[in-house]
Write a protein that binds this ligand. Structure first.
Ligand SMILES: Nc1ncnc2c1ncn2[C@@H]1O[C@H](COP(=O)(O)OP(=O)(O)OP(=O)(O)O)[C@@H](O)[C@H]1O
Ligand SMILES: [Mg+2]
Length: 225
């Protein structure tokens, strides 16, 4: 899959012939330097933008064949998103925010029960009726994780989910994502600058200048005592 932005001399090849597949339940992190193409890759997988060339298959479905109308319903059903800034709506409570993806999808029979279970799993059971501007950054990211999981999506996508948190809170959020992934056999694809926060993961994909490589690439320069 290739993604080119702009035209002519201003053209940027943000992704260059990237191809890989991810199995159900895998916890994958995507690393690479600033501008290498990580967010572009996540936006392609998240169906927020379309590739210039190539295809993205989710659960065996060729998403390039979905028209713009169908794609948002598909995205809501199959994908969960966690962003760097939790992107919660401040006018709503924690519980209402977590319920949002379910209301859009129109399957709310067991929605509240599922949302409450997830909020308990992320340790927010005593915060559910608070507005989201009254909770901490770490709590907001916990709520965002619950929201990302509430539809039981095929894939949860996270772009720098700990980028806005201190290192202790980051570690807790990473641990929480990993625990939830195991518990629910949930596929995660997480973009991060801080590979070390993640310790053991199923898989690492390194992006260098728009190209994807399996595993961690050796650092060019390292100094040790
Ligand atoms: N909408 C856009 N229009 C034009 N160029 C873009 C657009 N989005 C990204 N790019 C370019 O594509 C390349 C990859 O950008 P991308 O945002 O994917 O990098 P990144 O790895 O996520 O970086 P960071 O770690 O800083 O978030 C960069 O050269 C960037 O300038
Ligand atoms: Mg980025």
């Amino acid at each position: 899959m290739t993604k080119i932005f702009g035209e002519g001399p201003n053209q940027v090849k943000a992704l260059d012939d990237v191809s890989f597949s991810v199995e159900k339940g895998e916890f994958v992190i995507v690393v690479g330097s600033s501008g290498s193409g990580k967010s572009t890759l996540l936006n392609m997988i998240g169906l927020l933008d379309r590739p210039t060339k190539g295809k993205v298959f989710i659960d065996g479905i060729d998403t390039t064949k979905l028209n713009d109308g169908k794609i948002s319903a598909f995205r809501n059903k199959k994908l969960g998103f966690i962003f760097q800034f939790s992107n919660l709506l401040n006018d709503l409570t924690v519980l209402e925010n977590v319920l949002l993806p379910r209301q859009i999808g129109g399957t709310n029979g067991s929605a509240k029960k599922d949302a409450l279970e997830l909020l308990q799993a992320v340790g927010l059971e005593d915060q559910i009726n608070k507005r989201t501007n009254k909770i901490s950054g770490g709590q907001a990211q916990r709520a965002a994780i619950a929201r990302g999981l509430v539809n039981r999506p095929s894939i949860v996508l996270a772009d720098e989910p700990t980028g806005n948190l201190d290192s202790v809170t980051s570690m807790k959020i990473v641990q929480l994502m990993k625990t939830m992934a195991k518990k629910l056999n949930q596929t995660f694809i997480v973009v991060t600058h801080d590979r070390k926060d993640f310790s053991d993961v199923d898989r690492i994909i390194t992006i260098i200048d728009g190209r994807a490589f399996e595993g961690e690439q050796p650092t060019e320069l390292e100094m040790v005592a």
